[in-house]
Design a binder for this molecule. Structure first.
Ligand code: ADP
Ligand code: MG
Length: 690
């Protein structure tokens, strides 16, 4: 049988259920076979009726004496079924399920599993699982019974019946694609055993080995596919070797307003090495908020420029693009490098040396050529069709997780097999990076510029709100601190009652809390000019407090700000909170982060409390990953995060074993036909394609 055929080619029941099953991401027979139980019900204890004890979970087998429906005074129906074995008679009860008695006949042998209960002070079972015993094996009772993730109209009972049929039909034809040596070396169950056991285990313990085998496969296959891609990437794409003399590099480094940290120096070395090769660089730079990633992108642009190539720097927001434009202009223009800015709302602006030679042109209507600009900074507008590059050789993408794979691809297509540097502060936990992004080379900024103090973080429950405001007041008056106040949404919306909208919060703060203080308001709906004006005003200390939506979340660099207050903090992921917190603590003063929350659930509070004690983004991400799962961490876009269905990113041993196994097998992949076939089948679209 073809496991990859759609379920609509199956039996009548499958045809009927096919649509509902899509809600569980089940489309093909293979999907159904790999729909694994979320837990098990242990019904393996079998008892005689006379021995039943209240409270125990058991299976009883008996012959149906009588099955009838009666009605209560409130017109509800009760189903009573009497069964007997050689030791006694047991009455089973159901409520409002008349079809149950309709389908039972005197003399049927029933197997019944569930908890023993009292009904009208007599031993009974209420709404137990049951099945009529026929020739075949028991499915729903009398054994360890799988309980599956369900959806409307698809019960575990239905799934069990279909999966057991499928196991009978499919397993004999299933080839085990995992090479024997790997199975032996890593002590893995054969695939058939694993699938049989995970669905219908002889014991709970046996499911552990079964799950391990399937989890291993999952990571192993991703790794093999990753290696295939890496090889293709290396053999197909010819890049440009870009080198730089020690003298030029020194010039660049000494022109910086600071000394690079040891890890910045190391990453510069890695970058320089990659760019000197004739295959395009594909490097992911991870560094915590404030660790100084921008200067690395600047060096990349500098090297490209020295070799006669253009660079593109893409940032997720206009505010950030503007800031990068400013930074890169000040770092690069002393070398005569021309930096330009492109955002969707703005004009094209290229200025060689600061402020001078301002050119303004619309890029939206006309096809704009960038030949007089060396470094083009921008938002996703860089991807726009109207924008052409003549000799794009280096691309840096900041906060890469904000961009879809397609956008990155388009930008790369505009270049001449350009070297690519992606940067992120939302730390992809190392284990996850190695598993999913195995084809990238990764660099880490592991230290912070000297003099940084970690940001003191406090959880502020509703009762301490006023006290916190008083304290902020004092800080503003005594030490001229500048403050961010972050509110999650722009407009009040009814289903978000607990969240203060930025605009109304701004008014309220101005009126009631800080009437004597200078407040600014920044949110995503402002025109980019306005955003700019407000941020520059804040930067030059014309405001004490900036009330903002999370638009300030990524990248904004205002060293003077030392306090950040976050409303409704329970609504953010820890990585987001850490990003926000990174807006302060950028200078050498002690900085503070106040997390306002109305959350009361212990889990929410425990999660937020981690912010008080953990100061490193990677650790926080790992913590949140374990608490809430990868979907929450990266949102929908990062589909790769949801790729592991069976294996867990926290199972480091499994991840490294599977990775090692894949590396062993990969050079001989051509001699493993079944494995090769399955890889082609699963297809490369399941791999994060960058
Ligand atoms: P991020 O990694 O969050 O993008 P940035 O590149 O914005 O960090 O750098 C944060 C701040 O630290 C900037 O003001 C930058 O000028 C400064 N900075 C970067 N590297 C160093 C360094 N080695 N020493 C001192 N300050 C640095
Ligand atoms: Mg940054």
């Amino acid at each position: 049988m073809d496991l990859d055929a759609p379920l609509t080619t199956g039996n009548r029941s499958l045809k009927m259920y096919a649509k509902r099953l899509t809600k569980l991401d089940i489309y093909t027979f293979r999907d159904l076979l790999y729909h694994l139980p979320s837990r098990y019900e242990d019904y393996s204890l079998v008892s005689k009726i006379a021995q039943l004890q209240e409270g125990e979970k058991v299976t009883v087998r008996g012959e149906v004496l009588e099955a009838k429906t009666s009605y209560t005074r409130s017109r509800k129906s009760i189903q009573k079924v009497n069964i007997k074995d050689e030791t006694g008679i047991l009455t089973l009860h159901w409520f409002n399920q008349p079809y149950i008695v309709q389908n039972l006949n005197r003399g049927d042998i029933l197997s019944v599993s569930g908890r023993v209960d009292l009904f009208s002070r007599k031993i009974s079972m209420i709404a137990p699982d049951f099945e009529i015993v026929r020739d075949g094996q028991l499915i729903h009772t009398g054994r360890i019974v799988p309980v599956y993730p369900e959806t409307a109209g698809v019960s575990s009972k239905w799934l069990r019946r279909q999966i057991i049929l499928l196991l009978t039909d499919a397993l004999p034809h299933l080839t085990d694609y995992l090479p024997n040596t790997i199975q032996k070396d890593y002590q893995l169950l054969p695939l058939r055993d694993a699938l049989q056991t995970i669905h219908f285990p002889p014991s709970i313990e046996s499911t552990i080995k079964a799950r391990h085998r399937l989890a291993f496969d999952e990571v192993f296959l991703i790794q093999i596919m990753t290696l295939v891609r890496k090889q293709q990437w290396r053999s197909l794409k010819k890049g440009h070797s870009m080198t730089i003399s020690e003298k030029s590099k020194k010039e660049f480094l000494t022109s910086l307003p600071f000394m690079l940290t040891p890890s910045q120096l190391r990453v510069c070395q890695e970058l320089q090495h990659d760019m000197s090769l004739t295959r395009p660089m594909n490097r992911l730079l991870q560094g915590d908020v404030g660790s100084g990633k921008t200067v690395i992108a600047a060096l990349g642009s500098f090297i490209a420029y020295k070799n006669g190539f253009q660079s593109a720097i893409m940032a997720p927001t206009e505010i950030l693009a503007q800031q990068h434009y400013n930074t890169l202009t000040s770092l690069l223009s002393p070398f005569g490098i021309k930096v330009g800015l492109v955002t969707s709302s703005s004009k094209y602006d290229a200025s060689g040396s600061k402020g001078k030679n301002q050119k303004e042109k619309k890029i939206l209507n006309t096809k704009y050529k960038t030949h007089d600009t060396d470094v083009i900074v921008g938002t996703h507008a860089l991807v726009a069709a109207a924008l052409d590059f003549q000799r794009l050789g280096f691309i840096a993408i900041d906060e890469q997780q904000r961009f879809g794979v397609a956008q990155r691809g388009i930008l790369r297509e505009k270049g001449l097999n350009p070297h690519l540097l992606t940067m992120t502060a939302t730390p992809i936990p190392r284990t996850m990076a190695l598993t999913l992004y195995g084809e990238l080379d990764a660099s880490y900024l592991t230290d912070m510029p000297t003099g940084r103090k970690s940001v003191k973080t406090w959880l502020v429950p509703a009762v301490k709100r006023d006290g916190a405001y008083d304290w902020i007041h004092k800080q503003i008056n005594q030490t001229h601190s500048q403050v961010f106040i972050i509110c999650p949404f722009i407009e009040n919306s009814e289903n978000m009652q607990t969240v203060k909208a930025a605009s109304s919060e701004f008014e309220r703060l101005k009126r009631e809390v800080f009437p004597d203080v200078r407040l600014g308001l920044l949110h995503g709906k402002l025109k980019s000019k306005e955003k700019d004006t407000i941020l520059s005003a804040f930067r030059s200390n014309d405001y004490d407090i900036l009330v903002a939506t999370p638009v300030v979340e990524v990248g904004i660099d205002i060293p003077n700000a030392t306090i950040i207050l976050i409303e409704g903090s329970e609504r953010f992921g820890l990585s987001q909170l850490h990003q926000l917190r990174g807006r302060v603590g950028r200078g050498d003063q002690q900085s503070y982060c106040l997390l306002f929350t109305t959350a009361e659930s212990p889990t929410s509070l425990k999660r937020l409390a981690a912010m008080e004690t953990m100061s490193q983004g990677a650790a926080l991400a790992e913590f949140d990953l374990n608490l809430r799962g990868p979907g929450e961490l990266y949102g929908q876009k990062q589909s790769g995060a949801r790729m592991l269905k069976i294996a867990s990113f926290s199972d480091i041993e499994l991840l490294s074993e599977a990775k090692q196994a894949a590396a062993t097998i990969f050079p001989m992949l051509n001699s493993y036909h079944e494995l090769k076939e399955i890889i082609l089948k699963i297809g490369s679209d399941t791999v994060v394609p960058d």
